[in-house]
Write a protein that binds this ligand. Structure first.
Ligand SMILES: Cc1ncc(COP(=O)(O)O)c(C=O)c1O
Length: 423
């Protein structure tokens, strides 16, 4: 085998899988083509129209357009698209708005928060205090959070999470945060595409001062990060981004602009179908006998479904699902003692929705997953059903050009045959 064959094999393999990783998506042919342009070889250090390296006259126009498109889509006074990941967006925000010795409050990893909440705080000498979490509503405990904010007076109250089934109490907590002089931030890494499509809460309208996020989960752009904020934070955020990112990958910026246009055109229909699919998948799994969280409160209002497969079983179940070509990740649940003991599996339906799957497919997928979790069939038997189902959905929807195959291997195919790098 050589390098190119490995990549090609990866494409072929993924075309036969059903991907339910909640933090991934598949980008349109247009987005993928823009990623392979000359822009990916260039620097544009500095700010719009005042670059340090010369040769940026078209890059400035591309970036001005990207900024305009994103501000319009999210009705934000300011956008910063410099972070090359959601983690970096959080670091830039924390670096901009806190000083060592400050504290922030946010959900812990065990309660669905992201590791960057704590890690990005720690590298800046800031302590992270966990927000109280209510198991029953699978959401932030508002009363407990209020008491904590009053007592600790953190610099930032950070809402949003990696495991997020329902809108967070932004309205409820922003009022009191303001009284205590705290900044309200919302990490929309997971739900950015649902916000863009108007199918989830809109944190900026509900009282958040600043929103960070990833551009490649429910938002179906290139991998990257983003910060949306009020105009009065723009200077400090842009300065912090400039401090922490020297090279912001301009091909990604152009691809982000294209994805933003697709979101403007198709976002509403896409987000609507994502949430319908998530609800249907949850309900169908529940009817199959799987322990789906929040069955008494409608399972989910996002792209995610979370199931409990029993203490310490999530890693093994994920492996067996992988053998059946169903790709998922284990996640710790609030009642697990530590991360390694994870009993949760998190499912996300945004990628399969992008491939055109609707509620009927969710029922089929639920059956396949239940066959594995409830040990009704072995993985290779299940794979015989997964592959043909995946095979029927090979076009990307909710984008301008739907001609190319979703998992087609097309960037490297014209490379010279001599490039056979042996490993
Ligand atoms: C809530 C949240 N914030 C930040 C991140 C980090 O995003 P990225 O992988 O783009 O660095 C994630 C990743 O899943 C996340 O779930």
């Amino acid at each position: 085998m050589d390098l190119l064959s490995y990549v090609e094999e990866h494409h072929l393999y993924r075309s036969k899988c059903i991907n339910l990783i909640a933090s991934e998506n598949i980008a349109s042919p247009l987005v993928r083509k823009l990623l392979s342009t000359d822009l990916g070889h260039r620097y544009a250090i500095g700010f719009l129209y005042t670059r340090i390296y010369r040769g940026c006259k078209y890059i400035d126009l591309i970036e001005a357009l990207t900024s305009y498109l994103l501000r319009s889509l999210f009705k934000a006074e300011h956008v910063n698209y410099i972070p090359i990941s959601g983690t970096l967006a959080n670091l830039i925000m924390i670096n901009a708005l806190t000083k060592p010795g400050d504290s922030i409050i946010a959900l812990s990893v065990m309660d669905g928060g992201h590791s960057s909440f704590r890690e990005c705080s720690l590298v800046h000498g800031v302590s992270m205090i966990p927000l109280p979490f209510d198991h029953k509503s699978y959401n932030i405990d508002v009363d407990g959070a209020e008491r904590l904010i009053r007592r600790v007076k953190p610099r930032i109250v950070l809402l949003g999470a990696s495991d997020i089934l329902f809108p967070h109490p932004v309205k409820e907590l922003s009022h009191i945060s303001r009284e205590e002089d705290c900044i309200v931030a919302y990490d929309a890494a997971h739900v950015l595409g649902l916000i863009a499509g108007g199918r989830f809460q809109d944190p900026l309208r509900e009282g958040a001062d600043i929103v960070t996020g990833s551009t490649h989960k429910t938002f179906f752009g290139p991998q990257g990060g983003i910060i949306l904020c009020r105009r009065d934070y723009s200077e400090t955020i842009d300065h912090s981004a400039w401090q922490l990112v020297n090279n912001h990958h301009i091909n990604r910026v152009a691809a982000l602009a294209a994805a933003t246009c697709e979101m403007q055109a198709f976002g509403e229909a896409y987000a609507d179908q994502v949430v319908r699919n998530a609800k249907k998948l949850a309900e169908a799994l529940y009817n199959e006998g799987v322990n789906v969280l929040c069955s008494d409160i409608g399972f989910t209002e996002s792209h995610q479904v979370i199931i409990d497969v029993g203490k310490g079983r999530a890693a093994g179940v994920s492996n067996r699902l992988e053998e059946a070509n169903i790709i998922v990740n284990p996640t710790p649940l609030p009642w697990d003692r530590y991360e390694g003991e994870a009993s949760g599996i998190r499912l996300g339906v945004q990628e399969v929705t992008r491939l055109g799957m609707k509620e009927d497919c969710m029922e089929s997928i639920a059956k396949l997953i239940a066959d594995i979790i409830l040990e009704r069939k072995n993985p290779s038997e299940v794979r015989c059903y997964t592959e043909p189902l995946a095979d029927n959905y090979q076009k990307i929807h909710f984008c301008f050009n739907t001609d190319d195959e979703a998992y087609r291997y097309f960037y490297l195919e014209y490379l010279v045959k001599e490039l056979k790098i042996q490993i």
